[in-house]
Design a protein around this ligand. Sequence first.
Ligand code: AMP
Ligand code: ZN
Length: 672
Amino acid sequence: MKHDQKYYQKLKATLQEWNHEYYVLDAPSVSDREYDRVYQELVALETAHPEWIESDSPSRRVGGEVLQGFEKVKRKHRMYSLDNTYDETDLREFDQRIQKVTEMEDLEYVVEPKVDGLSIEVQYNMGLFHLAATRGDGQSGENVTANVATIRSLPLKLQGKNIPDQLTLRGEVYLHRDDLALINEERQAQSLELFKNPRNAAAGSLRLLDSKLTASRPLRVVFYAFVETEGYQTHQQCLKQIKAWGLPSHGEVQVAQNISSLISIIEHKQKDLRQLPFDVDGLVIKVNELSLQKQLGYTSKYPRWAIAYKFETENAVTYVEDIVLQVGRTGVVTPVAVLTPVELAGTTVSRASLHNQDEIAKKDIRIGDQVVIEKAGEIIPQILRVITDLRKKNLSVFSFPKACPSCGEPLSQTPGEVAVRCTNYYGCRAQIQERLRYFCSRKAMNIEHIGPSLIEQLVCELGVRSPADLFLLKEEDLLSLPRMAEKSASNVLGSIESAKQNAQLFSLITAIGIPFVGETAARIVAKKIHSLEYFLKHDVVFWKKDLEELHGVGEKMMTSLIAYFSDPRHLTMIENFKSVGLWPVVENLSNTQDTLGGKSFCVTGTLSLPRDQIKNQILDHGGKWVSTVSKKLDYLVCNQESSSSSKFIKAEKLGIEIISEQMLQSMIGGSS
Ligand code: AMP
Ligand code: ZN
């Protein structure tokens, strides 16, 4: 390894360039593997020479120490909100007001998407990323510099000309809908509350005290303005400048020559915006001339030279027929509203999660109420609000039950937590059933023939308590159940046996449902421990230390792992797994490692193996699994019949390499 500082600077500049290509231009020129190799080299140099590290090093992206809280940042220029409207008449009035003040007839307007995320102010000093703060109350916000530094599309160093000594930019931090879906999938596996929409997820991720956790969320940022604009004539010029500095900006913005062209642009845009991969809640319309902006100035809340033209989100009105409680596998009790079925954005909605008792109290939702429901980010239906004007007089305030609806034990609440739990681990039927259901589910052990109704029978009639009990079931046990034919009994036993034979350590770790430990973390843990013997053989002190450095396992997961395996009930379960022969072991991995070298694969159509199996093969051999085709994809895997699939067509258009299943297998095998 060369150890001079010049070389280090060169590595850094190269990585910065690659980052820009990948995250801002969406056109990488090197593979992920190449990137990782150079990145590792940079980190090695930084370890040897910590004195070389500057604030623009790509290594800052991974996050750092955990903060106690966010500092307040007072800003020089206030961040305003935007006035908004939902209809054309208001827009014409907005134009009229501006015409009057400026004494101009045809005003030029810039039309930009209003990305639905979280506003952010970012400062660069001498071209280097220096500070990021939330909007807060406008005058002062929270210092989220460490978290914003983890956003890959944010350059830590600006490029190009005209960089002022101090540059203050305004932008929006947001998430793509697909990325949110992945985060929520993982959260569901960890029985965490799901994010309602990309905006909530972005806001939640930006306000985490542990920036390492923020780094794991695929946040994005886009900039729409900077503060000191001397020397620029129009807003459009400013936007071009933002782009030229290498900052993420809105692709193309449109400029309308007057109000009628503005209105026709809006009509067109509205449709296009729904196709974007992220949520947009409207358009922002801004006066283009900066001198006119200055002349117009601000009200106490808004600029007079801009307005948000918002789109209606789809919602519907229905009744709350009941509020029921669901007990999850970790004992967390979630209230759910049972609704009179209603059509909303193409589906029938009959239930909506109420999240927790605070949410019910805050919105004052009562049984019998009429409510407005909404599909936030087109994901989960939500109760937006109660129509209190239409409330019947005698509806009583909902009082949250004190006892578990399943076992009747008193519910408990950890101070500082909103969640209410049933702590009756062995005795609560709902918890036992939920644990079993999760254990058997597709993303866990995938025991096909055991569905929810059979689980209920197994628990109630045959006394099954722990997942390990499933492996002790005999044919005569099953046949003693009502409506159980010989054929189905043998199917059930067959699928249990095959789950046992084919079990992989990571899926077993996923299946036992440790809070915060989803499939990805389970894979990492499995590779490290090789067998669950690890937790039986060593004590907490040992593995706490041993697992500490596990890359990719955050502190929260670690704490959860420790709590889980420190619990004697769980160790007993592991011993039971062992005695029934459910004992997957990770063999020496040397021959299965990394033949796919970090390349990304997407599959279309049916292949000879089930998708999950292909996915596992790819992941086990160091490849990445992605579900959509984008420029960043390395290979699309398909058979001949798939040439008309939309993924195929898109991949062809983007010039992505399309390979057959055999080619994938030979890549996995290491030959080519
Ligand atoms: P509101 O929070 O509804 O008052 O709207 C103002 C916020 O919209 C700003 O603080 C920005 O965070 C956000 N926003 C999103 N896109 C834009 C844009 N293109 N121009 C200005 N503000 C935007
Ligand atoms: Zn209970």
